[in-house]
Design a protein around this ligand. Structure first.
Ligand code: PHE
Length: 371
């Protein structure tokens, strides 16, 4: 058996070292460690052994697994380094610019959309508010009616910071003042605004948010815009009108149909998800059209929960309001026709040249915000 394992180790490590590319290397990995892999099969035999046999063979098989896994990781690093070197050698970029040339930078679509949002909402009487990206448990969750045991805390895929974890372990954490996580949404700015300003309040809060999530339409860092209105006698009607006015101005067309769907957020009651109608133009989904072909979800909203108003020291019988939260990157994708979110944050100058905006064109309502 030991003999066999040694032979197997040698054979596998030779194949790994000979793998000429990442695909070939992955084939080695699947053959050894995949679901049907040889080492995986060996590991499965451990369960059927007597304790004495396992005592001898367990460490040997585990050792083989580790050696092969390490070999693969090392080879992978080497191959990746070689691929990067080759790319660096073949792609060159002239970073110099003659002193008399016009500035060549462009405004990132996310910045452009944030400017457009500020412009549209300023016209409706909204100020721009900000809050920290590193937040406390209380502002990000508890004050928003998401107590410690609420399942929504797990749903948010939160990035927790070591300093918060350490403070908790040492018993020195204070929910309200220990900055312990990366904010998972812009909603904590609602709390900070209600605590620092007297109503009536009308703000939007654009900014970065973080969740442990990554694919073509999710990145670990993304952007949201929060909206908050607190005043006397505010109703769902105000929410609907405001969002309709915003979406029409943003997409620069009047034939926009919104669909309000009942939903759930701990910090709003009732909660409404807002879909916007799209029409198919040459197979592409384009926002707008009086008779939509389908619906795209664009934001979450609702009437601010009494408990949230109370947590901020206001009397919910006197003050009511609505709030909404919307993904900015998604708005940019829908308006400017990108279908992958990841290049947004690659900093690739070719993408920026293609999708970026001139620094001289400042969004205005009269000129059309996206002009
Ligand atoms: N914070 C919510 C989210 O990130 C969105 C939201 C904001 C919903 C405000 C209702 C009111 O999903």
């Amino acid at each position: 058996m030991t003999q066999d394992l040694n032979q197997m180790r040698e054979h596998m490590l030779t194949a790994i070292a000979a793998a000429s590319g990442l695909d070939a290397l992955d084939a080695c990995r699947v053959e050894a460690l995949g679901k049907q892999g040889t080492i995986t099969a060996l590991l499965k035999t451990l369960g059927k052994m007597t304790p004495e046999e396992r005592l001898v063979q367990g460490p040997q098989i585990q050792g083989l697994r580790e050696a092969v896994a390490n070999g693969i990781a090392e080879r992978k690093a080497t191959l990746e380094r070689a691929a990067l070197d080759a790319r660096l050698a073949s792609e060159t970029l002239d970073m110099t610019l003659p002193a008399d040339a016009m500035p060549a930078g462009t405004i990132h679509p996310v910045s452009q959309v944030m400017d457009e949002l500020a412009e549209i909402f300023a016209d409706l009487g909204f100020a721009v508010a900000t809050g920290p990206e590193i937040e406390t448990d209380w502002h990000n969750f508890t004050a928003l009616n998401i107590p410690e045991t609420h399942p929504a805390r797990a749903m948010h895929d939160t990035f927790y910071l070591q300093q918060g974890i350490d403070a908790k372990a040492a018993g020195t954490a204070d929910e309200k003042t220990t900055f312990s996580l990366l904010r998972t949404h812009t909603s904590p700015v609602q709390i900070r605004t209600m605590l620092s300003q007297k109503p009536p309040i009308r703000i939007i809060a654009p900014g970065r948010t973080y969740r442990s999530d990554s694919d073509a339409t999710h990145t670990p860092m993304f952007h949201q815009v929060e909206g908050l209105v607190i005043d006397k006698g505010i109703t769902l009607g105000h929410l609907k009108w405001t969002l309709e006015t915003f979406v029409k101005a943003f997409f620069e067309r009047d034939d926009i149909v919104l669909r309000l769907r009942p939903s759930y957020f701990p910090f709003t009651e009732p909660s409404v998800e807002i879909d916007v109608g799209y029409t198919l133009v040459k197979g592409k989904r384009v926002v707008g059209g009086a008779e939509p072909d389908g619906w795209l979800e664009i934001l979450g909203s609702g009437m601010v929960h009494r408990k949230v108003i109370e947590a901020c020291g206001l009397d919910p019988d006197e003050w009511q309001g609505f709030a909404f939260g919307c993904g900015i990157d998604r708005l940019a994708m829908l308006k400017y026709g990108m279908d992958d979110l990841r290049p947004f944050f690659d900093g690739d100058i070719r993408w920026l040249k293609h999708y970026g905006f001139s620094s001289l064109d400042v969004p205005t309502l009269s000129g059309g915000v996206g002009a």
